[in-house]
Design a protein around this ligand. Structure first.
Ligand SMILES: [Mg+2]
Length: 271
């Protein structure tokens, strides 16, 4: 990948300022937004799931573990169908949770309960769903796979002197363990979780809460995350700079992403 040379002394002919660091890049960055106010970033908040810790990959492993160890082939012999049912309901329920329509305890068990129900389980779907939830989360948090470049990015940001924090809608009992399993907990200052303040991204309150925790200002804070709604729209509305990590090829809402990257390595050209 071609990387821009970052210069701090003077603007070369044809170069442009990076919208986040204010430094000059010696060729135009495709994500350059000249209208963005240029103030130096001091504080970084990064999403955990699918931005640092590879939730999508680890969740597949954990769900398979639950299916195998809890004998769920007796409920649904076709694993892929069972997993697809779960993914459908899990995505729907997380969307409701993000927007404050349901609480975390309902989300945690309902996603498994309704999966069992749709798969045709004739026993107590709620009781088995509760057991699945416990084993899924317990095992999930032990898995170490990070998004490629995540550890290197955290090391880079720390070396550059940024205050590096995470901001996540995940559950308190597993989010720190995920970072420990991935070997990156020591590279993160504050863990700010929706469970701590009772407000989920993209709602404004959690972004204001995060600033208070980090003693930071919105103008000098950037959010890095893979969700165009919860991470990027939310942080943009709170007055933060935003770096959208486009993991799935979904365009951000126009005007909300200060910059867009497709790999974490690209963040180092911006900060
Ligand atoms: Mg995420």
């Amino acid at each position: 990948m071609i990387r821009p040379q970052i210069g701090t002394l003077a603007q070369k002919k044809g170069s442009k300022r990076c919208p986040l660091s204010g430094e000059f890049l010696n060729f135009a960055c495709s994500n350059h937004h000249p209208s963005v106010p240029m103030q130096a970033i001091k504080t970084v908040f990064i999403d955990i799931d699918d931005t640092l810790w590879y939730f999508t990959q680890n969740s597949k492993v954990a769900f398979r573990h639950v299916y195998d160890t809890m004998g769920l082939a007796a409920v649904c012999a076709h694993y892929d169908r069972f997993h697809d049912i779960y993914l459908k309901h899990n995505a729907r329920l997380w969307h409701s949770y993000h927007h404050g329509e349901i609480d975390r305890d309902f989300l945690k068990t309902e996603r498994f309960r309704v999966t069992l129900e749709e798969a045709g389980y004739r026993g107590d779907c709620l009781a088995l769903g509760n057991d699945m939830d416990k084993e899924y989360l317990r095992y999930l948090a032990t898995l170490p796979t990070l998004v490629p470049g995540a550890k290197q990015l955290l090391e880079y940001l720390n070396e550059r002197g940024y205050d590096v924090n995470v901001l996540s809608n995940g559950f308190t009992e597993v989010q720190e363990r995920k970072l420990l399993s991935g070997g990156v907990r020591h590279l993160v200052h504050h863990l700010v979780l929706s469970d701590d303040c009772g407000i989920t991204k993209p709602q404004r309150g959690i972004f204001d809460y995060a600033l208070a925790v980090a003693h930071a200002q919105p103008e000098t804070t950037v959010m890095i995350g893979d969700d165009p709604d919860t991470d990027i729209v939310g942080a943009h509305r709170a007055g933060w700079k935003t770096i959208y990590f486009d993991l799935r090829g979904i365009p951000p809402t126009p005007g909300t992403a200060t910059a867009t990257v497709s790999t974490l390595d690209e963040v180092t050209r911006l900060l």
